[in-house]
Write a protein that binds this ligand. Structure first.
Ligand SMILES: [Zn+2]
Length: 393
């Protein structure tokens, strides 16, 4: 034990010494102010991403199930149409999108469980005049239960293939990051895709961009959408919040991916930014607005500059959170983010690169209080600064 602490101290000292960036609360505040300025009014729904996040990932618990149940049981929005070829059949909390092609349908995410998928996905599709039997593929954007829960049922019922990234298939097979009895089991491994690969069905092609951070294999799909005679390019940001605990590799990945996708969005002309949680892109309000919009105007077409700003907001919030973790590594065990409870048990799911960070956390000593609940989250109720518990609405 002493040896561990000593090694940890050395690693922590090395971490601090080799850093050219000196973290401070001022730099955290600057990042958050910058993000708020970049977000302005139209992207302020992204700002909860800038709230302080806990150092440890939530473990299954009754409290988590209760929070999840509240999120799942919110009255669902009306299903609706975002583009001529893109429909929303998700809940008030999690999105499920249907891309219509000339050769069948691609479902993007499958909600929490089979019952919810039956009620909202199948039920919503029928209300929109879409036949669930035409679903050919179910894309799971990342391996968390709120996105895969209904996937196996849909796949079995309609003979659809399930697509996920190799790395998130591995996570779903060998060790879930989060679990809850409200989620159905992960789907059986099917099609694994790598960064930049495409799936073409009829007249549509989806490009799978692997944008790690939220999970290590998060997919942000990019595809063409139509509105009247106009073609647009949509991207669904496949994983948004930092609910993975104190994992600097994840934050670095997130920072790198938001920069990469910012460049590619400019190059490819992505002008329709979407999310897989409706709270992160104003889906429900936009669906209503689109239903009443004049021909040629579509609230889901935000424009390339808005995509650019959205990537910058997420990038800046990731930098703020990274700085918070660096600060608390310096500050000592009294800080709430330095809670080491549970971290040792979760090392298997982390990058090797992060060993120094974990060693640093261990060096801070064990704190005997319950880990804060990192998941599920609500995007509507910002946590007060300094608190790490996300509350269900
Ligand atoms: Zn997730």
């Amino acid at each position: 034990m002493i040896r561990t602490i000593l090694l940890g101290s050395v690693a922590l000292a090395a971490l601090v010494a080799c850093s050219t960036f000196t973290p401070s609360q001022v730099s955290v505040d600057q990042y958050v102010d910058d993000a708020r300025r970049i977000a302005g009014e139209d992207l302020k729904f992204l700002m909860p991403v800038c709230n302080p996040q806990p150092a440890v990932r939530a473990v299954p618990s009754q409290a988590m199930d209760e929070s999840l149940a509240k999120l799942i049981n919110q009255p669902p929005p009306e299903p609706g149409q975002a583009f001529d070829n893109l429909y929303y059949v998700g809940s008030a909390w999690v999105s499920a999108w249907v891309l219509k092609t000339s050769e069948g349908l691609i479902l993007i995410d499958a909600l929490n469980n089979a019952k919810e998928a039956a009620d909202l996905i199948e039920g919503g599709m029928r209300r929109l005049g879409l036949d669930p039997a035409q679903i050919r593929y179910v894309l799971v954007t990342h391996g968390h239960g709120d996105h895969y829960g209904g996937a196996q049922m849909i796949a079995e019922r309609y003979g659809a293939r399930i697509v996920a990234s190799e790395i998130d298939w591995q996570m779903m097979e060998t060790g879930l990051e989060f679990d809850s009895k409200l989620w159905d089991r992960p789907p059986k491994r099917d099609i694994a895709v790598r960064d930049g690969e495409t799936l073409t069905l009829g007249d549509s092609t989806v490009r799978f961009m692997i944008t790690p951070g939220h999970t290590l294999g998060t997919i942000s799909p990019v595809f063409d959408v139509r509105d009247g005679g106009q073609m647009h390019k949509a991207m669904i940001w496949g994983g948004t919040s930092f609910n993975f605990g104190r994992d600097m590799g994840r934050l670095d990945g997130y920072i790198a991916q938001t920069e990469r996708m910012r460049e590619l969005a400019s190059k490819w002309g992505i002008d329709g930014p979407l999310s897989n949680h409706p709270g992160f892109d104003g889906t429900v309000a936009k669906l209503k607005a689109r239903a009443n919009a004049a021909p040629g105007s579509n609230p889901f077409v935000s424009g390339q500059s808005v995509v650019d700003r959205a990537m910058r907001v997420l990038n800046t919030c990731a930098r703020a959170q990274k700085t918070r973790f660096l600060l608390t590594a310096q500050a000592g065990a009294e800080n709430i983010y330095a809670a080491a409870v549970g971290v040792q048990d979760q090392r298997g799911s982390h990058h090797d690169d992060d060993d120094h960070v974990h060693a640093g956390i261990l060096a801070l000593g064990n704190i005997n209080h319950a880990p804060p609940i990192a998941f599920p989250f609500s995007v509507d109720t910002p946590a007060p600064v300094g608190l790490t518990v996300h509350r269900a609405p």
